[in-house]
Design a protein around this ligand. Structure first.
Ligand code: KIV
Length: 287
């Protein structure tokens, strides 16, 4: 791969160097593919606003997904279905402004791309033009091949998403593992068809580990697992689950790395106590 040069017109291809540091090189889709070829795994997290995006970017997370899971993790809906393009756009804009290095993927909401390749293209263009997304993600297997082809031909990188696809939860009969038994070959066929249509990566959600490993070996594009075992090229989690902002029952595939809810709860209670007893604000906080 040749060295990346600055594009014509405005803006350098690389982000400015932080004081005393090296420039943050933007992760591109080809970097993920090269990582797969070298046998290196990469990490992806959801992000929906500036500070989480900035923190995950600083932590070296390669891919940030502004997921339609914002519907049930930010907007208070029960599922990912109700969120609209207009609701998700400002979140994508905030994340692309904050992330200096990560590849930012905008999820296409339910109903904004399934009707036709043209509908998909027009929706994806909004995320690329109005929110500076670097790529989009859409859910579905063989039925979405024309959509993927149209977007890629139109210059939009596409991440595919197969296995359990939350936007189809009512068709799939709830949160269930996909691709067991005879259905395994279908998952492999879908991944191959999406790669052939031009997808640069494929998310596999709630697929048996052996099937995910078979898909990972069968395709040249990186696979990203969520509930798909550790033989994928990358892994993704919803950050509120992984870092414990959300409480309650978690899916088996979630590992909790922190207790952000506990930290916030403690801090909010201490603040309220200090306001009530008059110890905040102290003289050092007073003009
Ligand atoms: O919207 C989302 O967060 C997702 C991940 C679960 C992959 O699609």
């Amino acid at each position: 791969m040749s060295e990346e040069t600055a594009p014509y017109g405005t803006g350098p291809a690389q982000q400015p160097a932080p004081a005393g540091g090296t420039p943050a090189r933007r992760i591109r889709t080809h970097h993920l593919r090269e990582m797969k070829q070298r046998g290196e795994r990469f990490a992806m997290l959801t992000a929906y606003e500036q500070y989480a995006a900035q923190t995950f970017d600083e932590a070296g997370i390669e891919v940030l997904l502004v997921g339609d899971s914002a519907s049930n993790n930010v907007l208070g809906n029960e599922t990912s279905l109700p969120i609209t393009v207009d609701e998700l756009l400002p979140m994508v804009r905030a994340v692309t402004r904050a992330a200096k290095r990560a590849l930012v993927v905008a999820d296409l909401p339910f109903g904004s791309y399934q009707a036709s390749p043209e509908q998909a293209y027009l929706t994806a263009v909004r995320f690329m033009k109005e929110a500076n997304a670097h790529s989009v993600k859409l859910e579905g297997g063989l039925a979405m091949v024309p959509q993927v082809r149209k977007l890629v031909e139109g210059g939009i990188p596409v991440m595919a998403h197969i296995g359990f696809t939350p936007q189809s939860e009512h068709t799939l009969g709830g949160y269930r593992v996909q691709g067991r038994g005879d259905a395994a070959s279908q998952v492999v066929a879908e991944a191959r068809a999406l790669e052939e249509a031009g997808a640069f990566a494929v998310v596999m959600e709630m697929v048996p580990g052996d099937v995910a490993a078979e898909v990972t070996a069968a395709v040249g594009i990186p696979t990203i697992g969520i509930g798909a075992g550790n033989r994928c090229d990358g892994q993704v989690l919803v950050w509120q689950d992984a870092f414990g902002l959300r409480t309650g029952k978690m899916a088996r595939f979630v590992k909790q790395y922190a207790d952000v809810h506990g930290v916030l709860l403690g801090a909010a209670r201490t603040f309220a106590d200090e306001v009530r007893d008059g110890s905040f604000p102290g003289p050092e906080h007073t003009f």
